[in-house]
Design a protein around this ligand. Structure first.
Ligand code: RAM
Length: 522
């Protein structure tokens, strides 16, 4: 039987084995690339550095690692660039025969802050188990140590916790076997502007490191396929690695395990079995349509799109069912949209924009895959756009959201992307946004992406470039060699999780400058 009903505590899910098998057949090859420790560093206090620390190089790694270490020694290796993969090394004893096990503690950092701040003091609300550390006990020396877990890091702190006083150890053949499903060579693009070239290069590395057996959101955390992240990764993939089958696999994964009413989940686990998470987000589910649309534009693979089109259309129907009698997405606590990490953001206005934006994509697909649906979808689209005007506050020159009539960046940006009003109206709105910035700002590169997209849409190309440079360029200035999940230039330590060391520092949704740069030939 292709479909199987499953119940857990609060939601009934339907598993579609045909889709799951298709996804399984598209499991990508993982390419390996070895990287080696470059330098030994120490941390120095630096008030101008992002987390108050910068690195001081004390030695080349190869010559430093020739020495032997004893109980209490510790050092920090810098591998020179961010990677995702498996660490191996050979541990050799010197001195008397080893008369006690060796205990080593390893701490992995995407950034220096994870090395600087003791994990024991972590008090955020996401599980501490995401923090990357490992205790290794070696009973028999010499030993080839191949750590079984996949880590994601540039910096590695090694502490020799305990040996016996009669022997020391030497570390040999230290290698970080990095993995990615992105091929070694992608499409090369060389912007003439050196800052944009650097931003492009870092975006591409960010995407590469997030491309594993699925498009992961972040290889350190959550190491999972999220629909909102997939949507942006797939775009960047189109202009870089062109691994369209990986996008296809992910589309099947979301289709393979859905809620009983047909809603696709916000994210999917793939191991040990394909299981959709019981988190459902209004905007993320709708983005299934956009991912499918962009997949079709990139590949022309009508067979796959035809097969998945009913699932996409269902997301639109469910989205429409969330509208009140005026045709406005209801502002309700019963369901929620993601939009951005922001405690105070009211999501109604932006959700209206997302629904219109995705409905427009559905309309394009319907023209090819179900033309008799077109008039009905067009009618809904017109009605939603018309209803959006009810959120317009002419006095303020902004769209408002929720009962408190909140003004936010997100609402304005999504109304522009939804193409509500004519071009002159959208330009006026954007100018008002730039000259009178609302208190409810943008906290993630994800939201910034939509801001930049809105600028391009209304022809403000130079402003868009300036914003890309100011935002992603600032991360580079702070030492980023992959782009971060969270970044607020006004408050660089921002974390929605209660502590910045749990943030992901190589995050899917942050890699989109490469798409802007290549798509608009900057
Ligand atoms: C976090 C991650 C992920 C994002 C969700 C909504 O768990 O940052 O990338 O899509 O939130």
């Amino acid at each position: 039987m292709a479909q199987e009903i499953q119940k857990n505590d609060h939601v009934v899910m339907v598993r579609d084995q045909v889709f799951i098998s298709k996804a399984e057949n598209l499991l990508p090859t993982l390419y390996q690339n070895n990287i080696y420790p470059q330098k030994i560093i120490t941390l120095v206090r630096n008030a101008n550095a992002i987390d108050g620390y910068s690195a001081n190089i004390i030695s080349q790694a190869q010559c430093y690692l020739k020495q032997s270490f004893q109980t209490g020694d510790s050092f920090i290796l810098d591998f020179g660039c961010h990677g995702v993969g498996y660490l191996s090394f050979l541990c050799q004893p010197v001195g008397s025969p080893p008369d006690a096990p060796a205990h080593l503690k390893l701490t992995f950092g995407e950034t220096l802050c994870e090395i600087a701040e003791p994990f024991s003091q972590y008090q955020g609300w996401l599980s501490k188990s995401w923090l990357q550390e490992h205790d290794e006990y070696i009973d028999v020396l010499p030993a080839q140590v191949n750590l079984p877990r996949r880590y994601c890091f540039r910096y590695l702190k090694i502490e020799v916790v305990s040996l016996s006083p009669k022997y020391q150890i030497i570390f040999k053949n230290m290698v970080f076997k990095t993995v990615s499903s992105a091929p070694k060579n992608g499409i090369v693009y060389q912007p003439t502007d050196t800052q944009l070239a650097k931003i492009d290069q870092i975006s591409v590395l960010t995407l590469r490191n997030c491309m594993q057996e699925v498009f992961e959101d972040g290889p350190k955390r959550d190491r999972r396929l999220w629909l909102g992240d997939l949507r942006l990764q797939a775009l960047v993939n189109n202009v870089t690695f062109q691994q369209h089958d990986l996008v296809r696999r992910c589309l099947y994964l979301f289709a393979g395990h859905r809620r009983e009413d047909g809603m696709v989940s916000a994210n999917v686990f793939v191991k040990p079995d394909v299981v959709a998470d019981d988190t459902f987000l209004f905007d993320y589910s709708l983005f299934y349509v956009d991912v499918l649309y962009n997949y079709f534009v990139a590949t022309n693979d009508s067979q796959t799109v035809k097969e998945l089109w009913p699932i996409a259309l269902k997301q639109i129907e469910l989205g429409l069912s969330r509208c009140d009698k005026h045709g406005i997405v209801a502002d309700s606590d019963d369901w929620w949209s993601f939009i951005d990490w922001h405690e105070k953001l009211n999501k109604q206005g932006a959700s209206q924009g997302v629904l219109i934006y995705c409905l427009d994509k559905a309309l394009h697909l319907a023209q090819i895959f179900e033309p008799n649906m077109v008039p009905k979808l067009q009618q809904h689209l017109d009605a939603l756009k018309c209803a959006a005007n009810k959120l317009w506050d002419a006095k303020l020159g902004f769209y408002v959201s929720g009962a408190q009539r909140q003004v936010s960046y997100a609402t304005q940006i999504w109304m522009i992307l939804a193409d509500v009003g004519d071009l002159a109206h959208q330009q006026k709105l954007m100018n008002n946004l730039l000259s009178s910035p609302p208190e409810i700002g943008m906290n993630t590169p994800y939201m910034r992406h939509h801001f930049i997209l809105a600028l391009f849409k209304i022809g403000m190309k130079n402003k868009a470039i300036e914003e890309i440079k100011a935002y992603w360029g600032k991360m580079i200035e702070y030492g980023a060699d992959t782009f971060w999940e969270l970044f607020d230039p006004q408050n660089p330590s921002y974390s929605p999780y209660g502590n910045k060391i749990i943030n992901s520092y190589c995050h899917a949704w942050s890699c989109t400058p490469a798409w802007f740069i290549r798509h608009y030939a900057l």
